[in-house]
Design a protein around this ligand. Sequence first.
Ligand code: SF4
Length: 709
Amino acid sequence: MPTHSDTAPTWIPGACPHDCPDRCSWQVKIEDGAAVELVGDKLQPFTRGVLCAKVDHYLDRVYSPDRVLHPLKRVGAKGDGEFERVGWDEAIADVAARLRRLIDRHGATTVLPYSYMGTQGIVQTSSLDRRFFARLGATRLERNICASTAGRGIVATLGATTGMLPEDIAHSRHIILWGTNTVVTNLHLWPFIRQARAAGATVVVIDPLRTRTAAQADWHLRPLPGTDAALALGMMHVIVNEKRYDKDYVERHTLGFDRLCARLDDYPPERVAAITDLPADDVVRLARAYADTQPSAIRVLVGMEHHAHGAMAFRTIACLPALVGAWRHRGGGIVDFTAKPHYQALNVAGAEKRNLEDRSIRSVNMVQLGEALTSEAMAPPIHALIVYNSNPAVIAPNLNRVRAGLAREDLFTVVNEQFLTDTARYADYVFPATTQVEHLDLLWSWGHTYVTLNRPAMAPLGEAAPNTEFFRRLAAALDLQEADLYESDASLVRTALDSDHPYLDGVTFERLWEHGWAPLNLPADWRPFANGDFPTPSGKCEFYAEHLQAAGLDPLPTFEPANESPAGDAALAARFPLLLMTPKTPLHFLNSSYANLPRHLRAEPEPRLDIHPADAASRGIADGDPVRVFNDRGAIHLRARLADRVRPGVVAVPFGWWKAHAPAGALANTLTADGLSDLGGGGDWHDTLVQVSRDEASHTAPLRNGQMG
Ligand code: SF4
């Protein structure tokens, strides 16, 4: 394999590694072995050379003085962040010895990996790490904090998450952006939407929050959070009763229409209005426009899934395109994740060696890390935690419980990281991880259909090493012999590309090395369900899905109120009457990434509570006042911002800040629920109820001029 030194190009192709659908291609300029410039690759047809505000200064991250560049050993109390520098050999040998002792005493399931998509490539996200933990026989981690609930819901109706090509939304004439802030979190889709709009398309946003995308829409509907299934059912009620559905498509390509119709009797617009708090006329108007204007497209991502009934919401919405025959048209249907064709084409299972995993070994849901670390029911308890690609001390729900677990003196914690994150501060050892310009990776995308190779553009700084190298060294220190644990990164890329799937025709390592990206070879006329062919058990779009009954769910689309809601628990709702949303801070942070860098913190200096003026007035709260937000899981102290960004009855606290950077340590996930959603094991934290009061004994820093715009 050529390396940066023997090919010595000035510009080296790569790609953004973040958990974002857009997967931007970039080029890195190297001078004297150092990266001096990083820009978007203008030739990539989907991302077109534009990097978002988060990543536009990626080299700030690479060269940050706060990078962890050497192994660190804890010398202070857990959580204090006091470490001393140690050598790799000494550190990895001690980690191996301590793991070996714990495994000998408690069995290998006392070890728990914790990782997600802090970097999102096949090599550095899910390859040797999966092989290592499978070989060890460690407790398995269910990595479903995002997307699995939405995906399982869509699959219940369509059989796959495969939908429209994102760029085909340019052909749509009616576009619903349902629970997604496209302008900010999927910004490279927006030009295609603008193209559709220029040709006369209407853009509707359905979102409880007044987002930047909502502000640019032709029409913004603001249902109560968690009521999307009811809105979709109300739309279907109108479409069926007014005979606006595509009779031919429904008869030929759907299952259970008669049973669906009986269910829709329960959802007249007036009842839907009562559930969603939208005017009944709006439900009717939306249904008519959606059905009558073809091609019509619905864009969903993950915003709606973090509810107890999140999968049912996606499953219900996924019924709409078949009802109106939208799938017939280019520009019609649902734009969902594009991960499926990547996973069909690439040999991801080979890179992970999924065959090594023993699925009879117990598993822990990553949403419930706090419970896993603190529950007395865990036998054996988790005594060793190995964290990489994630920062659970900020991003996991029910944080007080998570942090109580991380603070356990009998928990041996190892973190492989680029920075001393809140999680790393609890570690016994921190190992220095490379950034994207320092390692090799092969990346798929969940927002477009281009495969991307990220070349290492420069040598790792300090003693940083790729995730794969960390696991190679740990395997060697444990004296594990299997060759699978030591495959090189270049070989892993070739393994992932080793596929005879037609989508990958002509997509070779050499081509990617040269150009950085290549499109999957998809059929020119991509209308996956124009003629039915749904990959469901029946081969049809399943309005009635028999298999849901086996999972304890209603086989028909339905709406159910959340557990934490007035209808679910009236007593709880009386104590905590406000619904809490914890949106991302999408302009400058990506989850908790970038929330430690000065440029980004200047743009997002502190989390604030968004509260509707009516809810604020009834609590004697003025704009900028210090407030306490609390429930039975904890309390946080921050400042209020009065705005109609939220609707009455709903408050919002964005997440992402690290404790050290958030005034009074106000972390939104202190409050969030850690129950599971109905399918896919995702969380239900958007069902969280809270109360808000004016904070007479303010814990927040004095207000700085201009801070509370
Ligand atoms: S975070 Fe998303 S939009 Fe920003 S550079 Fe990365 S892939 Fe592109």
